[in-house]
Design a protein. Structure first.
Ligand code: NAD
Length: 321
């Protein structure tokens, strides 16, 4: 069995490798070569922790496994370690034997950023030049870095409920040599691409804040009750997702479906666009919206890739098991 410790991941995994792994598994999901298992998420009644499993099987890539972990809200304050903690376990699909154990913390951030950048690559207008961010927390910096690789963006604009966090975005824009401007929500009509990545339970971004032709990647809503954008925006947009079942149950589409504004059949897996069975964007005026809910197969895909990279680099720890 191979172990890739968390501390090795940053030096091994690139944004490009994460992009390729996530794009490939989204395509396999749409082709029904890969599927996710039902998610388990439990409040364990200890340390206020939320713990769970996300698993799946990618028959095409021969990747079987699960990510175990969750959220321990007291970690940072009491122990100086991050609150999100996860580990990926991979199994040999031919034998069921444990194959690898991989640190999942950085990989989660990279696979989430890869998902929105896959959507930008396949759905944003080719002439997109202004990117707008809603959210400025930990994950926002990963989303922005990955997004900037997809188009020759010339400007970053951003809004956050807590404006004191906006320098997190400005720093990433600076690194890329791009100007950054803090805007109010109506100012986001200037954006050609908008990424939302907040932990909000009420919509911030309204339909009136989005110009025709915009591509949105809504990445924060991954739980029942969360919401980042007005449901009416989904009715105005062509809606894509990583997995339709999750989109309508725990993603941004849950609200538009509950209000009868769209039906489950209106939501298209992004893998269909990658595979060429759906045309994707049809006009420069169309609003496209990617509802990124986060699936276990994304975690398994990046973990399987990092195992290969660790073996190639000679840093994989091998144990008899
Ligand atoms: P974080 O705590 O670092 O940042 C939270 C962000 O949400 C900040 O920008 C904060 O200002 C904003 N925010 C908080 N309350 C808000 C409110 N009521 N209205 C509007 N904005 C509000 O968290 P993070 O690590 O950046 O994660 C952000 C979200 O992304 C979380 O909800 C997390 O569950 C989700 N997430 C989704 C995926 C996925 O695959 N889709 C993966 C990882 C994280």
């Amino acid at each position: 069995m191979i172990i890739v410790p968390e501390r090795e991941i940053a030096a091994l995994m690139t944004r490009e490798a994460a992009y390729d792994a996530v794009e490939t598994v989204f395509a396999a999901m749409a082709a029904e070569d890969a599927y996710n298992f039902p998610v388990v998420r439990e409040a364990i009644g200890h340390e206020d922790a939320l713990y769970g499993f996300k698993g799946g099987f990618d028959r095409a890539g021969k990747v079987l496994g699960l990510k175990a972990g969750g959220y321990w809200p007291n970690n940072l304050e009491r122990r100086g370690i991050i609150n999100h903690q996860s580990t990926v376990f991979l199994f040999d699909p031919d034998t069921g034997r444990a194959h690898a154990m991989v640190g999942g913390n950085l990989l989660t951030a990279l696979r989430t950023a890869a998902a929105s950048s896959v959507s930008i690559n396949h759905l944003a207008r080719a002439d997109a030049r202004v990117i707008g961010m809603v959210g400025a927390g930990h994950q926002a910096t990963f989303q922005l870095r990955a997004a900037l690789a997809q188009r020759p963006f010339e400007k970053v604009i951003g809004w956050n409920l807590h404006p004191e966090m906006l320098p997190n975005l400005e720093k990433v824009a600076d690194e890329a040599g791009l100007p950054f401007e803090a805007v109010d929500l109506p100012g986001l009509t200037e954006a050609d691409v908008i990424v939302t990545i907040t932990s909000s339970f009420a919509p911030s971004l309204m339909a009136a804040h989005v110009a025709p032709g915009t591509h949105l990647a809504c990445m924060g809503t991954d739980t029942k009750g969360k919401q980042e954008v007005e449901a009416a925006l989904l009715a105005r947009a062509t809606v894509f997702t990583d997995e339709v079942a999750q989109s309508v149950a725990i993603g941004e589409a849950q609200h538009a479906v509950a209000q009868g504004l769209i039906a489950e059949g209106d939501v298209t897996p992004i893998g269909a666009v990658i595979n060429g069975t759906h045309p994707g964007r049809r006009s420069d005026e169309e609003i496209t919206l990617f509802d990124g809910t986060g699936v276990g197969l994304q975690d398994l895909a990046v973990a399987a890739r990092v195992v290969e990279l660790a073996v190639e680099a000679g840093v994989a720890v091998e144990v008899d098991f």
